[in-house]
Design a protein around this ligand. Structure first.
Ligand code: GLN
Length: 533
């Protein structure tokens, strides 16, 4: 039978609840328990796929093609597990299922209500994850903060689970912000007190509190929080700001969080194995040789939009023992001539053209890619970045004037990137892209094959457009190589440029499968080439 750790948030969102949840999971995993994690998002969208990255950050893609909250990325990276779309539960999914059932007549005669029908659906979905994964521990993070109207049914559901699963099988963790006042430097606990009160009003007494703060929790603050939360001071832990997010589990372990959770859940408190993790964190903190990476995209104002790529760079940099310095370039600024396309090339050791959608900023990205080709700058284009690389090669190497992707110019004379055949009849937006993991056959002798070191690889996808096979001969004759095709239907998955030091376009998103200590070969290759000069 699974144990459940429920994580709620107080005071503010975006205080690192996802990383805290992932860290708690790691401490249990390091003790030899199998762990999975569920993110609950109380919004009405069915999934994150239709949300603007500016509002929501990156859309994380799972193996099975779920378009999920970026916290699933943290869970996968900290726990080194592959999660499913079932690990992200939203209000939209819950209501959709219940309403469909009602329309089918499954509830005939009954009044369908939030309690018990919605709450039962929530509990079923959480338990389903426990059952299908067979995990020893399931962490369940409730998005948003306690007191949000939309979060109430979820809090009620986990309250009921506490009762039904039994006290020794459930643990309630509350993560809340203890702000430090800039005027006096004082650490304030009142907001935490209030959010705990709100939680208790709903009927949940937290078992432990993790106070997020810019600096370690003071003794006086700990005592106060404990008193108002009806807890011993030993159940109040400190989660101060750290330079490297991967350090959070170590900071918590030092305070005895892992043992506290194990004991409280009736699990044997084995010695945690964190040596390799510690080494990884130390490498990240100590690396001093800088490698500058030019990040070209159009959501650069919210870095969360590219979360997995940023983390993938760190994983590869740790392997190479170097310090990545990310330099951001807004492609719209390049397009409007506010920044020269040469600037990112001059200021960086390598260029990544980031994934994206739509016309705005695309010509700015193409201009940078053109320079990267001319200047022999190490280059990686991901998804849209790959597609625009093919456009640049078509225009400036193969001489196909005005070549484009039909996403930007539907009337281009040379549609080198075009809508996937199966996309031509899709009229709904949600969950209709080519999504998830597909196997890819790599071509011997290509750089991509050399980097991966195997013939069949699998990476995750999220796109509607692809390389138009009608143009392949021309592009290949001009110097482009296809380094990988999808195993099933021969779509172009990777391209590279012959004679260039490192110029790779990847239709899939290699960043989603990069993990600490298991980095993606494409990022490692890019960075190590960038270091050569
Ligand atoms: N807009 C492109 C497509 O839909 C690329 C998507 C992406 O970069 N994830 O194919």
């Amino acid at each position: 039978m699974a144990k459940y750790v429920f994580v709620t948030g107080g005071v503010l969102s975006s205080v690192g609840k996802g990383i805290t949840t992932a860290s708690l999971g790691l401490l249990l995993k390091a003790r030899g328990y199998s762990v999975t994690a569920v993110k609950i998002d109380p919004y009405i969208n069915v999934d994150a796929g239709t949300m603007n990255p500016y509002m929501h950050g990156e859309v994380f893609v799972t193996e099975d093609g779920g378009e999920t909250d970026l916290d699933l990325g943290h869970y996968e990276r900290f726990l080194d597990v592959n999660l499913s779309k079932r690990n992200n539960i939203t209000t939209g999914q819950v209501y959709l299922a219940v309403i469909e059932r009602e329309r089918r007549g499954d509830y005939l005669g009954q009044t369908v209500q939030v309690i018990p029908h919605i709450t039962n659906e929530i509990k079923d979905r959480i338990r389903e994850v426990a059952k299908t994964t067979g995990s020893d521990v399931v962490l369940v993070e409730i998005g948003g903060t306690v007191g949000d109207i939309e979060g109430l049914p979820f809090l009620e559901a986990i309250r009921q689970m506490g009762l039904e699963e039994g006290r020794e099988n459930t643990l309630f963790v509350h993560v809340a912000l203890a702000p430090v006042l800039s005027s006096t430097g004082e650490q304030k606990t009142k907001p935490v007190q209030h959010s705990v009160q709100e939680l208790r009003r709903i009927g949940i007494q937290p078992d432990m509190i993790i106070a997020r703060s810019s600096r370690p929790l003071e003794e006086e603050a700990r005592r106060k929080i404990a008193l108002y939360a009806n807890l011993p001071p030993q159940a109040v832990f400190s989660n101060p700001d750290v330079d490297v997010i991967y350090e959070v589990p170590l900071v918590l372990e030092e305070q005895g969080v892992g043992s506290f959770m194990a004991r409280r859940l009736g699990l044997e408190d084995r010695r945690p194995r964190l040596d390799r993790w510690r080494e990884f964190v130390n490498t990240l903190k100590e690396a001093s040789v800088e490698v500058k990476i030019g990040m070209v995209g159009k959501y650069t104002r919210l870095r969360d939009s590219y979360m997995s790529i940023i983390e993938a760079i760190k994983h590869s940099a740790a392997l190479l023992k170097v310090k990545p310095v990310l330099k951001w370039y807004e492609s719209t600024d390049i397009e409007r001539n506010r920044i020269s396309p040469s600037t990112p090339i001059e200021e960086s050791d390598a260029i990544i053209v980031l994934p994206g959608f739509g016309k705005r900023g695309a010509e700015g990205k193409i201009a940078v890619i053109k320079k990267a080709i001319e200047e022999d700058k190490p280059f990686l284009g991901i998804c849209f970045g790959m597609q625009l690389a093919v456009v640049a090669i078509a225009r400036y190497v193969a001489g196909l004037e005005d070549a484009n992707t039909t996403e930007i110019d539907p009337d281009t004379p040379h549609p080198v990137i075009d809508l996937l055949e199966e996309q031509k009849h899709v009229d709904r937006l949600g969950g209709t892209m080519r999504l998830g993991s597909y196997p890819i056959r790599l071509i011997h002798g290509t750089l991509v094959h050399k980097l991966y070191g195997s013939e069949i690889v699998s990476e995750r996808h999220r796109h509607r457009f692809e390389v138009n096979p009608k143009y392949l001969d021309k592009l290949v004759a001009a110097g482009m190589d296809v380094s990988g095709y999808s195993l099933r239907d021969g779509r172009v998955e990777f391209i590279e440029l012959r004679g260039h030091r490192f110029f790779i376009g990847s239709q899939p998103h290699p960043e989603f499968k990069s993990r600490p200590m298991k980095p993606s070969p494409l990022f490692t290759g890019l960075i190590s080439t960038a270091l050569e000069r």
